[in-house]
Design a protein around this ligand. Sequence first.
Ligand code: FPP
Ligand code: MG
Length: 288
Amino acid sequence: MNDEVNFWLENIFEFLKKELSLLEIELRNRLLSVTDNKIDLHNVFNYFFDIRGKRLRPILVLLSSGLVRSRNSNNKINESEIKLAAAMELIHNSSLIHDDIVDESSHRRGQVTMNHKFNNRIAVLAGDLIYSHAFLIMNDLNFSRISGILSKCVEKMCQSEINEIISPFTNFEQYIAYLDAKTAELMSTCCKCGAIIAGADEETIFALGEFGTNFGIAYQLTDDFLDDEQPKDFDVNLLLQAKIYCEKAKKNLNIFKNNEHKKNLLNLIQYVINRPNLKLKESQDHCS
Ligand code: FPP
Ligand code: MG
């Protein structure tokens, strides 16, 4: 088992097996079809598949769209949902490539980053290229409300990253707003757009958007805990806060009847509070 995957995430992978394999095909077809005579772009894009993540953003799209469809007793996977999930994964990955350049990071997910494997110039442009493919997919979908939400989301992520460089957060509220912008906004967008593409009503779109926000904040809080990124200017118990945001996310699902999609959104929350290495790190911190 990958050391970032636990029992809860395994269950979700199993539940979405068919959708996730279609997602991989969509991603491969997109990126590996890009060719250029001058540079070996395959080499650059194979890197994307080599540092494969957990596909959390596509999972959020697919569980949200599936939840809406299952309400209408429609269990047929729709091609547009797979495309939307692929676009979200591409945006996420381009943001990480850009983030590694900004942070001058040498490693991600146990592998050398693109900026270090190639160089900053190749990495920034490859990040842009991956980003452009997300918008080519959005163009295929031809769904202006979704394109608008996604563009606003990227605007918020970029603005917040610039703000953080110019004037870093100094209190708890600013810290949560930063986590919201850098991580939760894209997760919330995945849930909202998944709901929209499946034809949800406004109340459902709102509830799933809130779920994505609270889930995303909880996820980033555990990430900061695991990465030893405890804020220095104020006191905050990262794990306690993560649990509080998980409870909020759970409540956002109260409007939905129990079914397999809801169960797997709840499994996602379990995944976060039981992330691999969390317990180990907690006990190490107690001992030190
Ligand atoms: C990781 O933070 C960074 C992000 C989750 C988002 C970064 C956002 C941008 C660079 C702007 C958006 C750009 C595009 C193209 C959509 P971190 O450095 O705290 O975490 P890490 O340990 O994963 O690097
Ligand atoms: Mg970083």
